[in-house]
Design a protein around this ligand. Structure first.
Ligand SMILES: Cc1ncc(C[n+]2csc(CCOP(=O)(O)OP(=O)(O)O)c2C)c(N)n1
Ligand code: SF4
Ligand SMILES: [Mg+2]
Length: 346
């Protein structure tokens, strides 16, 4: 009997299939927004044809910080300490500036215990894709409000948050990050386009993704629930990403939006939705975010980009070979050099 041949397995630019970009089976709650983000990360790295072994994943502590275990299983990974992912990422990026770094954190991990580290990371423009899986609560420790919870948002117990939310995007722009965006775990198209652009960027990407916690913060009265996001998400632009390896077959009409060229030659085409918005203008970005807070809008999209500013590792003028692979006879000064230095203090 004739058998039907299996459909050919699709592969990307470097001959890998999407399976090569998957990780372990998720142990997070079914329906958690963090799982959808892992799926988009898998798609983005697959579609960009990135070698998984060329990627290092970093995280802190929280349900969100567990998620690097669920994507890019062939990549390097370090699950660090609560709020300390930025310093681990900085050390790793300086030791090997040839890798691609992706850090996953939570709103609790970032905006409370990790705030000091977050601030210095943004200021340095370290080449790192920093994702905040933002659910407005400490999911892992059973749903207390985090510092990104909105004023007026209600816990299941009826407790109302009366403290102002920290806007991590506004803060990142103020501090010096060069690619700042917000998305929603349920907005597949926008999140995928932003992730692919983030891969093409050289510098700190801060991507705050609203990611509902179905167990502790998805009820009526929560401003980080699926329903609230579906009703209130206000995308700034329609984002199309064209990777450097793809030919641009459609001419871009000047005046119909903005085109941004990224570090590797890829392009982001931002078509205006409701308003004209220039994401290369820092003050305009801060003003627009302040207006969104004032009007209780959940604005998503690319808020700010500065593709030209050198990254932290560029500024260090590192030798081409990764420092972590240099042999001891190169990195360790000989005894005669140390003796010479010591003699200066006599
Ligand atoms: C030093 C330290 N302090 C406190 C904790 C307890 N703790 C574990 S996870 C967490 C918050 C996680 O919240 P978030 O980063 O928002 O992640 P989510 O679980 O919501 O994804 C806290 C406070 C800890 N693990 N270590
Ligand atoms: S507790 Fe919340 S954040 Fe944690 S896995 Fe479950 S749904 Fe996700
Ligand atoms: Mg959280």
């Amino acid at each position: 009997m004739a058998t039907t041949p299996n459909p050919p397995v699709k592969s990307n630019l470097i001959g890998l299939s999407v399976i090569d970009y998957r990780g372990g089976k998720s142990t997070l709650c079914a329906g958690c927004g963090h799982n959808a983000i892992s799926e988009r990360i898998i798609d983005a790295f697959y579609e960009m044809g990135i070698e998984p072994e060329h990627v290092a994943k970093l995280s802190g502590i929280g349900c969100s910080s567990k998620s690097p275990a669920y994507f890019l299983g062939r990549s390097h990974s370090f699950n660090s300490v609560h709020g300390r992912m930025p310093s681990i990422a900085t050390g790793a990026a300086v030791a090997n500036h040839k890798m691609l770094y992706i850090g996953v954190s939570g709103d609790g991990d970032t905006a409370s215990i990790g705030m000091g580290q977050f601030a210095h990371l943004m200021r340095r423009n370290l080449p790192l894709i920093y994702i905040i899986e933002d659910n407005g609560v400490y999911g892992l420790t059973k749903g207390q409000f985090s510092a990104t919870a909105d004023v007026g948002s209600k816990l299941k117990t009826g407790i109302v948050n009366e403290l102002p939310a920290i806007d991590t995007c506004a803060l990142a722009i103020e501090l010096g990050a060069t690619f700042v965006a917000r998305s929603f775990s349920g907005d597949k198209k926008q999140l995928l386009a932003l992730l692919k652009a983030a891969i093409a960027h050289n510098g700190t990407v801060l991507l705050d993704v609203i990611s509902p916690c179905v167990t502790f913060n998805d009820h009526e009265g929560s401003t980080k629930s699926y329903k609230f996001m579906k009703d209130h998400e206000e995308p700034l632009q329609d984002i199309n990403f064209v990777p450097a390896f793809e030919e641009i077959d459609v001419e871009y009409e000047p005046g119909s939006g903005i085109e941004v060229t990224l570090h590797d030659g890829s392009k982001m085409r931002l078509s205006k939705l409701a308003e004209d918005y220039d994401p290369t203008h820092r003050i305009a970005a801060l003003t627009r975010l302040a207006a969104a807070r004032e009007n209780n809008e959940v604005l998503t999209g690319l808020f700010y980009i500065s593709p030209e500013r050198p990254s932290f590792t560029d500024l260090l003028n590192l030798v081409d070979r990764p420092l972590g692979t240099l042999p001891q006879d190169v990195t360790r000064p000989p005894k005669s050099t140390l003796d010479e230095i010591m003699s200066e203090y006599r």
